[in-house]
Write a protein that binds this ligand. Structure first.
Ligand code: NAP
Ligand code: GDP
Length: 316
């Protein structure tokens, strides 16, 4: 059987590790997986990236590399997030065409959807309005990946597709208090509140709603997309709609996992961001009606356990 060589850009991050954990139970003998980090090459640099294609000769690419920032930084950094992500995506996808990669799966995000829209969101609504102003640089760069997937398919017959995950969390996340996403931020804050016997501070009102997906579940689904999903059009990968929770509910699950019983304070000077981004997974369910997501409580407990054990070395 011919060997499939799968090169994963951004393989050292949260989602890359989710795929690596998922592969522990689902390895195929004819598949060779290569997980890249920025140390292998700066993907904005076409010549440096070309050397990776020469070295590994990938038949398939999972394109995860991106620069991501949390809400507070997005507003200051829209220009940087737009430019850097467009540069990376342009180099990676065009080299995939040049080196005749058979299939590419890129990672978008539910924040690309229009801010003013009816819920639940589905894959057909991406271009029906502007994304939320807090992260339009990042969001428009991500939308352009879908545009590129279609034009490369129309013009060159490339099989480039994409997935649209909701908020992700799990081991190897960025647990920075200022630059991380909400779940790793809450986990780090709960760790410190418990350790130092301090109040636990939630940014904003805690009322916004979010769907979360455990990085290991996302890893399993991305592997399925790579092997089986036939479309160019994107597919939403998110928890079931009924499992959408408020930031306050997420906080309760995190502090329970730590056994923290102290005071909880809301810092309402901090932005709430988008109120909700509820996404429908009807398309995913059409393909995989029986896929079982890890219950959020269990996924949070496993992530908290990982963070405690890896506190010294975790990205924070
Ligand atoms: P992450 O943990 O921040 O990892 C980012 C990865 O990209 C790292 O491997 C990083 O390498 C690499 N990278 C960044 N800039 C690079 C450059 N110029 N050249 C080469 N590599 C570069 O990200 P993640 O959370 O796993 O996200 C993976 C994908 O999912 C991204 O496309 C993101 O937009 C999307 N996504 C994430 C979320 C979320 O909640 N986290 C939600 C929806 C969608 P180093 O490790 O060497 O820095
Ligand atoms: P988003 O889903 O793209 O908006 O990004 P986030 O993952 O950063 O989630 C933002 C939501 O979580 C907002 O409603 C924030 O006010 C709220 N939040 C509460 N505490 C924190 C925290 O410690 N870090 C972050 N990033 N968000 C927090």
């Amino acid at each position: 059987m011919a060997e499939t060589v799968i090169m994963v850009t951004g393989g050292s991050g949260l989602v890359g590790h989710g795929i690596q954990l998922a592969l522990e139970e689902d390895k195929k003998p004819n598949e060779k997986w290569i997980f890249l980090s920025s140390k292998d090459a700066d993907l904005r640099d076409r010549e440096a990236t070309k050397l990776l294609f020469e070295k590994y000769n990938p038949t398939h690419v999972i394109h995860l590399a991106a620069v991501i920032k949390a809400l507070s930084n997005n507003m200051e950094d829209n220009c940087k997030l737009l430019r850097v992500n467009c540069q990376i995506n342009d180099v990676v996808l065009d080299l995939c065409k040049e080196y005749k990669v058979q299939k590419v799966v890129s990672c978008l995000s539910t924040c690309i959807f229009p801010d003013k829209i009816t819920y639940p969101i589905d894959e057909t609504l991406i271009y029906n309005g502007s994304p939320h102003s807090s992260n339009y640089g990042y969001s428009f760069a991500k939308r352009m990946v879908d545009v590129m997937n279609h034009v490369y398919n129309d013009q060159y017959g490339c099989h480039f597709t994409s997935v649209i995950p909701c908020n992700i969390f799990g081991p190897h996340d960025n647990f920075s208090l200022t630059e991380g996403n909400v779940m790793p931020g809450l986990i780090h804050k709960a760790y410190l509140a418990k350790r130092d016997d301090q109040p636990f501070v939630i940014c904003g009102t805690g009322k916004p709603l979010r769907q979360f997906i455990y990085s290991v579940d996302l890893g399993r689904l991305i592997i399925w997309v790579l092997r089986e999903y036939p479309e160019i059009k994107p597919i939403i990968l998110a928890a079931d709609e009924k499992d959408e929770i408020s930031i306050r509910d997420a906080t309760e699950l995190v502090i329970k996992a730590f056994g923290y019983k102290g005071k909880i304070v809301h810092d309402v000077s901090k932005s709430d961001g988008q109120f909700r981004k509820t996404a429908s997974i009807a398309k995913l369910r059409k393909y995989l009606p029986d896929f079982k997501f890890t219950p959020t409580k269990q996924a949070i407990e496993e992530t908290v356990d990982w963070f405690r054990k890896n506190y010294e070395t975790a990205k924070k």
